[in-house]
Ligand binder design. Structure first.
Ligand SMILES: Cc1cc2nc3c(=O)[nH]c(=O)nc-3n(C[C@H](O)[C@H](O)[C@H](O)COP(=O)(O)OP(=O)(O)OC[C@H]3O[C@@H](n4cnc5c(N)ncnc54)[C@H](O)[C@@H]3O)c2cc1C
Length: 598
């Protein structure tokens, strides 16, 4: 390459770098204003439906109620609007640890996370209109019918099965123009995956090319799909930047929620509190960590736990905050000897990357880089393998969002310093982990983070299941279909695992011992950000998602999932919210006319 051309490249890189920084900055700052905001003068008002949390569940439900209900609806959200940055798919991780992320950390993990600072996992959660659907990686999952049948069979939920949910899952699916599916021939990695499908046809493996909630190169979350179109509805008011702190129940034998206490910050950052009366229903959509937090802080939960915290009991309801589940991943870096369009600094600084994105929403910036996944749903330990087409990982940003210790990060990504490295990350996980954790409180102040203990890998079966996933991932990567990529799996050399491997033969035979793989998993495994189960169907809520023993509180978010979804959970939460809306609207029809918005 001539000197002159090199100079052009360097100048080009500086210009593109400058432009990207500008886009990041403007993207963070530029925000639409929110219409229909409840003004302080209106704060004495009561609402028929009060919805707490504008995330996946809350945005979807609000949309249906705003459109079809005769009642008045108030949507309360702790955060404000996300910046434009949230719309650019590849840059989504830059939002983590920012103002639209609750940035929770788990409590120190006993069975895992040994390579993480203080053994604590980062647990990002979206804060603002769209919630975690605006912070997530946008992967759309069509659902797996047997999951819902297992709710019916294993949890005695006769109203829940694939037959009940199929139409709601179909309605949760965005229109084709609102989705991006990784096309055939997108990159060498996606081609290899397509070829592997034929090579492994004898297995029960399901190959899926990634589908994203992306329209014209921009995130198209529940915010665009459901909430934005109804924001101007006359029966809807919004209360952003407001934290719901307490639920007040009536003292009846069958109590009902009468009001909630809301906290906002004034210009001097002083807390202002006021109540909102609930006329018909209170619907909690604050997510798998914060819905149980709000219930417990309100004195709704297990009596002995509340006693210990000194929180007056309003309603004894065991299991609030229990049964926390999440997927748990082992990432492995695979370098490629061939050049292909993997994400690295070279592809990002290529002027065509920005030009393609700005002109047509295509190229690396227009999706998150996960090109596809392979799942085995059969057997007692179903697993999934995800292919993330990133060759060079930025140390500072990944360490900040993963909490890795430096040594663990460098063992996992030994080529991290080579910004033009070609490669990909293969992520193995168990689709139905058995480990269960909990959400608890340090005290009842809602501005304090809840105590979140995912308790990853507390069940041995999860280790065995993930090891089976890793071994299948190795089969895929070393198959004939991948040969043209000249892949090399980088078995991490962790000092703490050195008694078990990796040994020379592990690199040549690709058959490291179970002990070594378990050691890796317990050191560098990471949570998937798919928490659920903390107000599970059948224990905390009844089959119509109503809080057990309380007449007018419903929960509509990931906390109701009795067991993990065998894939990405966002679409399942949307489908659950659509179903909840149908029940609410039906009972409204049965009950007759409602009040007008004052
Ligand atoms: C980084 C990341 C990547 C992910 N990737 C994917 C993916 O690719 N595909 C997929 O299907 N799923 C993915 N998920 C998971 C998916 O986004 C969640 O399962 C889903 O969004 C959960 O929806 P929810 O309604 O339960 O909660 P959320 O969407 O989290 O909504 C809860 C809302 O309630 C608000 N809130 C909380 N407490 C209060 C309070 N006291 N008062 C007022 N408001 C409150 C919050 O600010 C938030 O807006 C990912 C999640 C994360 C964090």
């Amino acid at each position: 390459m001539g000197m002159h051309f090199q100079k052009i490249l360097v100048v080009g890189a500086i210009v593109i770098g400058f432009l990207s920084t500008l886009v990041l900055l403007v993207g963070t700052l530029l925000k639409d204003s929110i219409p229909n905001v409840l003004t302080p003068q209106e704060r004495q008002y009561a609402f028929d439906y009060v919805i707490v949390g504008a995330g996946t569940g809350g945005s979807t439900l609000t949309s249906l109620l705003a459109k079809h209900s005769n009642g008045t609806v108030l949507l309360i959200e702790a955060g404000g609007q996300f910046g434009l940055l949230s719309r650019i798919p590849l840059l989504t991780t830059f939002q983590q640890k920012g103002i639209n992320d609750w940035s929770f950390l788990s409590v120190p993990q006993h069975y895992s996370s040994r390579g993480l600072i203080d053994r604590r996992q980062c647990l990002p959660r979206g804060k603002g209109l769209g919630g975690s659907a605006n912070l997530n990686y946008m992967l759309h999952f069509e659902g797996y019918g047997a999951d819902f049948d297992s709710w019916r069979d294993l949890h005695n939920l006769s109203d829940w099965s694939w037959a009940h949910m199929r139409s709601f899952m179909a309605a949760a699916k965005p229109k084709p123009a609102e989705m991006f599916e990784v096309p055939r021939g997108y990159s060498k990695l996606s081609e290899a995956l397509d070829e592997a499908q034929a090579e492994f046809a004898h297995k029960d493996w399901v190959f899926r090319r990634s589908r994203y909630n992306i329209k014209n190169g921009l995130r198209h979350s529940v915010l665009q799909q459901f909430l934005n179109p109804v924001l101007h509805s006359s029966n809807l008011r919004l209360l952003p930047e407001a934290l719901v702190k307490r639920i007040q129940l009536s003292p009846d034998r069958l109590p009902r929620a009468t009001s909630i206490l809301v906290g906002t910050k004034d210009e001097d950052n002083k807390e202002q509190e006021f109540s909102v009366e609930v006329r018909k229903e209170l619907i909690l959509c604050a997510g798998a960590y914060q819905t149980p937090q709000l219930l417990l802080a309100s004195g709704i939960g297990e009596r002995s736990i509340l006693d210990k915290l000194g929180i007056p009991l309003q309603h004894h309801l065991p299991s609030v905050g229990q049964n926390l589940h999440d997927h748990f991943n082992l990432p492995l870096f695979v370098s490629m000897g061939a050049t292909g369009a993997t994400i690295n600094q070279r592809t990002l600084l290529n002027p065509m990357t920005l030009i393609n994105f700005l002109s047509s929403g295509t190229g690396p910036l227009g999706n998150f880089g996960v090109l596809g996944n392979v799942a085995s749903h059969g057997g007692s330990s179903p697993f999934g393998i995800t292919f993330f087409g990133a060759g060079a990982i930025d140390e500072a940003s990944l360490m900040s969002i993963s909490n890795f210790k430096g040594a663990a990060f460098r063992a996992l990504f030994p080529r991290y310093y080579n910004a033009s490295q070609e490669g990909f990350v293969v992520i193995s996980s168990c689709l139905q982990p058995r480990s269960r954790g909990s959400v608890g409180l340090l005290n009842r102040h809602m501005r304090r983070n809840p105590l979140i203990d995912p308790n990853y890998l507390s069940r041995e079966e999860d280790v065995a299941c993930t090891i089976a996933a890793i071994r299948s991932a190795v089969k895929l990567v070393t198959s004939a279909a991948f040969a043209s990529l000249h892949p090399r799996i980088h078995w991490p050399k962790l000092q703490e695992c050195s008694n078990f491997g990796p040994f020379e033969r592990d690199f040549s035979e690709q058959l490291p011992s179970d002990h070594y793989l378990e050691c890796l998993l317990r050191h560098i495994g990471l949570g998937s950000h798919h928490p659920g189960g903390t107000c599970a169907l059948g224990s905390v809520v009844d089959t119509q998602l109503r809080l057990q023993g309380v007449s007018n509180v419903r929960i509509v978010d990931a906390s109701v999932l009795p067991r993990p979804v065998s894939g990405n959970p966002n679409s399942v939460v949307v489908a659950i919210a659509l179903r909840a809306a149908s029940w609410i609207l039906k009972s409204e029809l049965q009950a007759g006319p409602a009040s007008d918005l004052k």
